[in-house]
Ligand binder design. Sequence first.
Ligand code: GLA
Length: 379
Amino acid sequence: MNSEILTQTFETYFNAKPDFIVRAPGRVNLIGEHTDYNDGFVLPMAIDHAVWLALRPRTDGQVRLFSLDLEADEAFELNSLTKGEGWLEYPKGIAYELQKFGYSLTGFDAIMTGDVPRGAGLSSSAAVELAIARAFSAVSGFAWDAPKMAKISQKAENEWVGVNCGIMDQMASAACREGHALFLDCRSLAIQHAPLPKGVSIVILDTSTRRGLVDSAYNERRTQCEEAAHWFGVKALRDVCLEDFNKKNKDGLDENVIKRARHIVTENARVLEAVEVMKIGNIKRLGELFNASHESLRDDFEVTNDALNIMVECAREQESCYGARMTGAGFGGCAVALVNEENATEFVDAVSTAYRQKSGLEAAVYVCSASEGASLVQG
Ligand code: GLA
């Protein structure tokens, strides 16, 4: 999206120039899957696909949103928020939580558009949430505090929208830095911006299968992880290292719960190693960690589907691929591959063709670059 087109569209609707333009990106998680709600480690990066808003303040406490993509024109009152259904629940949830946290909000008129694919595991909802929070910060004149806005957005999603997600997506959309991945400790919320290694492309491989009704499967994984943490006598699985995991008597613990716990314990170790090997530019090892993560998500955490497994296979068959894995919650959506930059274009073509042949489905495969977290583009 470019801000000129957005400005022109705003002018067509409102006969005036927008006072602000804001954007917030989707994310791709490089490694550290399902670890966030176990107080563990994650390594996402913001992608160059985002939600954009052009806006101007209103004085009557109303928020009016024109979604170009959904061709919808909706409004709500800041002082009388009631729950409903549909996409407007995200903006309403953000308004509700911000006010609960003591922010005094100004209403606005906005044009909203975006190019984060929905339901693909690239955090389109977090992008909407953070774009709305960024918009409120601009029109209401309060300082932008990325981690705080991420926490408020997660609360909106948990409590207003009713999705029990962890903190990773909102932190990535709020706090990532261009050219970097975000190494996040999901317990302390300490962050480190990890530069991406030179010579590699991050390629998103969208299987074109979508998650569907999997909230129950996501919640079941969470419950199983909590059960395992209880068995190990710790607050969260983050507190169990591989050695403790192997040593501990697991007689009587459900086989599936053991598998879920093993994924979390090994995945946390993989994230920590990934951060180290990135520092020294050991791309080969980083690729191996991607591969091991996928195997663990497929066999122990059981959140892949056939399309994701086929896609990862197609990617790994290419010589230029260092490693590939599913990304996001799973059960459909996208995989991510680490590819030699010099061969990225050939890789994209070859994987699209191979995936079509093996699965009968059309993939969307594209190189993406690490973008900046939620930002004020103009105003
Ligand atoms: C979804 C959730 C995140 C995280 C991932 C899995 O994207 O929103 O909080 O749990 O799944 O890593």
